[in-house]
Design a protein. Structure first.
Length: 74
């Protein structure tokens, strides 16, 4: 089924990408869509990225305020 681009801005973007990749607009749009879908599939959710940081922080020895005062004001 054909895809009709009715937005002049989208058409210009497709033309720019086609020119830079030395392809036609159809291939440029296909490549852009494939790349965006791959990017979304490979994206690591924020929750998972933060989980790694949280585990790193929690693995450190715990220090309390009293310990810090003793070291600073000893």
């Amino acid at each position: 089924m054909p895809l009709n681009i009715r937005s002049e801005a989208v058409n210009q973007l497709a033309e720019r990408l086609a020119a830079r990749t030395h392809t036609n607009k159809t291939d440029a749009v296909r490549i852009a869509l494939e790349h965006e879908l791959r990017r979304l599939d490979e994206a690591v959710p924020l929750r998972e990225r933060l989980r790694a940081l949280q585990e790193r922080v929690l693995s450190r020895p715990t220090t309390g305020l009293a310990v810090c005062r003793t070291r600073v004001f000893g």
